[in-house]
Design a protein around this ligand. Structure first.
Ligand code: ADP
Ligand code: MG
Length: 607
């Protein structure tokens, strides 16, 4: 019998391995730009054609490579960044596995031009499908230019797998955004299909955030800054007033690279919890600096998860830091809102003039002084939090908007019309009505979401939304990735009745809104629709329609806390039961529950 095991040729092995590192044009952009940063470039120029399908080119003014290094850089596991295993634990660079260039060269046609300052001549190297085609001396500037053409030219299956240009473009900008934010001193330009679409001059972090997110964000940024033995934490968080529904700009960076960290995200959200509603999200841009040997570097280069050695302690530090900064900004004390004896927050009545709650805050309060030992709560200063709500409480008592529950119940029983069922609104949240089998409880907000969703969805598919021109068009400033998401859904939004015009520079004017939307914050709505589209990342038309209809329904449905008249409740219930699926919201939340007569009888059984 002959042996059947043989080694794969390098080119095929590289192609397979490339799949891990290079999934799409955005991965090429990320790897090349990170290499430029590692080479200490100050200016990085990115050129993209056809959303990166045809060309991704990165030009830097970094330290360049020697002729031999240029050739070596395309070998798998060729890296200048680690020499010993010890280096692995003291790593500040972005790459280190030496896989990116080898992977790129395996699946594209690559040209590398590079020169070091000490060399008179540079080198030009061409390589395609892992085969070196030529290498020759060349005149060029100090630095490195890498062009990656026709990605996946030799792997048709993967090329087919690429998404629409809009989606690929969005992915590219997502990567650029993550890198540019945390490297504000570096100048970036992006040229797409021969048009310059982004230019970020050298800046500090705050300016860079504004460059990328639009001027509007400047006023909402609160600085955070904390130095402990475990980590330095600095960056910006947004004031609670600017928290928005849907996806916000939320970034963590560690040692200058973007990471995802759901656990730390929870720490930030915990700090905001008393100040914003559960549906709202704050913006944050938070950078950690830690000793490289306290994070796990043995992670995949394209993955954004990082494991910290002292995760729990850092969680506490981060939470307190954010809370402190919010506290100083808002002049609210840092308190434990989760204590069992916290008061019910009275309902705010907008018709009454609000009086400023009086609070005192100690600006010198250092959360780390007292709680160093065990980080326990007891050691934190206790402030008189009850007085926070004093002003509201008094108002609430005088002008209670909720009907006396007993009065309403009796009224319902003795009302004139006996033909239509009576409805009782409970806590401005549920509609109660009697049905054959028992007591039906309907969630008023969810019920309205279902009704509106069905309506908006049919408007999109039938393209019959009626637009109402606005007198003073509002401008909406987007990031590049948001703008590209908006162009994806623009047609459908027009079907709903929006009129949007592109003013260039990622700025749009809202010139018309669906006619049934009166008195809504059109900018916030459009933003939430974009966010939802980015979040779901879907490109099946049906799903896009559903996601648009749902975000519009969520946004416009009557909220919990709205007092409803008998007629309104009646109408709502009728409309709900005219829907095909009245039991659940489009995203699967229960709308209705029935407490059966038997259950009630059982509960009230006398022994
Ligand atoms: P890694 O970044 O993990 O070391 P890469 O495959 O991305 O692996 O790059 C291999 C090597 O090529 C790097 O270690 C570096 O020495 C060199 N290199 C790549 N890009 C550049 C660049 N833009 N400027 C200078 N050197 C570069
Ligand atoms: Mg690299």
């Amino acid at each position: 019998m002959t042996d059947i095991i043989h080694l794969l040729p390098d080119s095929i092995a590289n192609q397979i391995a490339a799949g891990e590192v290079i999934q799409r044009p955005a991965s090429v952009v990320k790897e090349l730009v990170e290499n430029s940063l590692d080479a200490d470039a100050r200016h990085i120029h990115i050129i993209i054609t056809d959303a990166g399908r045809t060309l991704v080119q990165v030009i830097d003014d970094g330290k360049g490579m020697s002729t031999t290094d240029a050739r070596m850089s395309f070998e798998r596991h060729a890296t200048s960044k680690i020499k010993t295993t010890g280096d692995l634990f003291a790593l500040y660079t972005r790459g280190f596995r030496g896989e990116a260039l080898a992977s790129v060269a395996a699946i594209a046609q690559v040209e590398l031009k590079t020169r070091r300052a000490e060399d008179e001549m540079g080198t030009l190297l061409k390589i395609a499908g892992s085969k070196v085609e030529s290498q020759e001396a060349a005149f060029c500037a100090v630095g490195t230019t890498i062009s990656v053409k026709n990605i996946f030219f030799n792997v048709p299956a993967r090329r087919k797998f690429l998404k629409s240009n809009e989606t690929e473009r969005r992915n590219i900008f997502t990567e650029i955004e993550r890198i540019a934010l945390v490297n504000p001193a570096i100048e970036f330009t992006v040229v797409e299909n021969d048009v310059q679409t982004m230019h970020l001059p050298p800046a500090n972090l705050r300016q860079r955030i504004v460059q990328m997110q639009g001027k509007g964000i400047n006023q909402q940024l609160i600085e955070i800054n904390e130095e402990t033995t475990l980590a330095k934490i600095h960056g910006y968080i947004s004031t609670p007033q600017f928290a928005k529904k849907g996806r916000a700009s939320q970034f963590f960076f560690v040692n200058n690279r973007y990471i995802r960290h759901p656990f730390f995200h929870k720490a930030v959200m915990t700090a905001y919890e008393p100040l914003i509603s559960a549906a709202e999200n704050p913006n944050y841009f938070i950078c950690f600096e830690v000793e490289p040997d306290t994070i796990d570097v043995n992670i995949h280069p394209t993955k954004t998860e990082v494991k910290f050695e002292n995760e729990r302690t850092l969680w506490q530090i981060l939470m307190v830091t954010v809370k402190e900064s919010l506290g100083k900004f808002n002049a609210i004390p840092s308190i434990d809102f989760d204590t069992a004896d916290a008061p019910d927050i009275p309902i705010f009545d907008p018709s009454k003039p609000a009086s400023m709650p009086k609070v005192s805050v100690n600006p010198d309060y250092n959360p780390f002084q007292a709680s160093h030992g065990d980080g326990s709560r007891a050691s934190r200063p206790r402030l008189d939090w009850e007085q926070l709500y004093k002003g509201f409480e008094n108002e609430g008592k005088e002008t209670s908007v909720s009907p006396d529950p007993n009065a309403a119940l009796f009224q319902a029983g003795h009302s004139s019309s006996l033909t239509s069922p009576k409805h009782y609104q409970y806590k401005q949240k549920y509609i109660l009505t009697s049905v054959k089998s028992g007591l039906m409880i309907i969630d008023q907000h969810r019920s309205h979401v279902r009704i509106l969703f069905d309506k908006y969805l049919s408007q999109i598919t039938d393209r019959k939304g009626i637009s109402q021109r606005v007198l003073f068009p509002e401008m909406i400033e987007l990031t590049s990735s948001e703008a590209s998401s908006l162009s994806e859904i623009m047609g459908d939004m027009e079907a709903l009745g929006f009129e949007l015009s592109d003013l260039g520079n990622n700025t749009f004017a809202i010139q018309g809104v669906p006619s049934e939307l009166q008195n809504i914050d059109a900018v916030a709505l459009v933003r939430s629709m974009i966010d939802k589209n980015i979040e779901t990342g879907c490109n099946i038309q049906e799903e896009v329609h559903e996601s648009l209809a749902l975000s519009m329904a969520n946004f416009t449905a009557i909220p919990v806390g709205k007092l409803l008249s008998e007629e309104e409740m009646q109408l709502m219930v009728n409309q709900l039961f005219a829907c095909q699926s009245p039991n659940h919201t489009p995203d699967g939340k229960a709308i209705i529950t029935v407490i059966s007569d038997d259950e009630m009888d059982n509960k009230l059984k006398s022994f």
